[in-house]
Design a protein around this ligand. Structure first.
Ligand code: ADP
Ligand code: MG
Length: 252
């Protein structure tokens, strides 16, 4: 095993977060290695989005630890997480509808200072990668839902993250658009040598692109393995009510 492979990019230890009596994240221990493409799946309310918010420093953990490249990230702001190289998109894209596509990229860049520590492609490249360079002068508010997801992805890529967290990157898309968006996500991951964790409901997308699938249910990890291992896991099949995978059913 090489040295980079042995050092996790992201390490979560016994991470917890409750909202009142709800244990949204209830003792998650997880290591993500450099270059991993990890799909995080699980029914609605399993705690996936809460886990993302914890990994991004947007929410404080009730207990447990988060290490990025071995560095303790507790009590650091979301901005500090972004500076440290984590980038994320939201389940519902967060854009400035009244600004142009290019101005949204600039706004994303403005939200983070001190990027000079990292080399990488210029911000405009990110628009090309998602197919929106020609539309850079248009208002973000005039874009379709799928194009908004692409713009949000470009806004994150422009920040040159090393670890990409995508919360349902294909939500609300049809089959063809879903495939197209995942193609460009995977191209960016390879070209930019990113590590990625993504939440996804569509099992075909998960099994087509993930090296590793982590299944959450009620705040805990109930399975973690290769797509094949997870697909055959009896516990996973019961969580998904009678083997929804083979029927292509989207878990809720
Ligand atoms: P998922 O993304 O897997 O659907 P979430 O992380 O959104 O799951 O939610 C996990 C649980 O935590 C749910 O029971 C949800 O209602 C609860 N929850 C999430 N965010 C909040 C919040 N800000 N306040 C109160 N409860 C929350
Ligand atoms: Mg969610």
């Amino acid at each position: 095993m090489s040295e980079t492979a042995a050092t996790p990019v992201l390490e979560l230890r016994e991470l917890r977060r409750s909202f009142g009596g709800v244990k949204a994240v209830d003792g998650i221990t997880l290591s993500v290695l450099a270059g991993d493409v990890v799909a995080l799946i699980g029914p609605n309310g399993a705690g996936k989005s809460t886990l993302f918010a914890l990994m991004m420093g947007e929410l404080a953990a009730s207990a447990g630890e988060i290490h990025l490249d071995g560095r303790d990230m507790r009590r650091l702001s979301a901005r500090a997480h972004a500076r440290a190289g984590i980038g994320r998109t939201f389940q519902a894209p967060r854009l400035f509808a009244g600004l142009s596509v290019w101005e949204n990229i600039l706004a994303a860049l403005g939200a983070r200072t001190n990027r000079s520590d990292r080399e990488g492609p210029p911000p405009a490249d990110a628009l090309g990668e998602v197919g929106l360079y020609e539309r850079r002068a248009e208002l973000a508010g005039s874009l379709s839902q799928g194009q908004r997801k692409r713009l949000e992805l470009a806004m994150v890529l422009a920040l040159r993250p090393r670890l990409l967290l995508l919360d349902e990157p294909t939500a609300g898309m049809g089959v063809a658009e879903r495939a197209a968006v995942m193609e460009l996500v995977m191209a960016a991951v390879q070209w930019r040598r990113l590590t990625m964790v993504f939440c996804e409901h569509d099992m075909e997308t998960v099994f087509a692109h993930a090296d590793r699938v982590v299944v959450m249910d009620r705040g805990a990890i109930v399975a973690d393995g290769t797509p094949r291992e997870v697909r055959e896991d009896p516990h996973v099949q019961s969580v998904y009510l009678g083997g929804g995978f083979s029927h292509g059913g989207a878990p809720r």
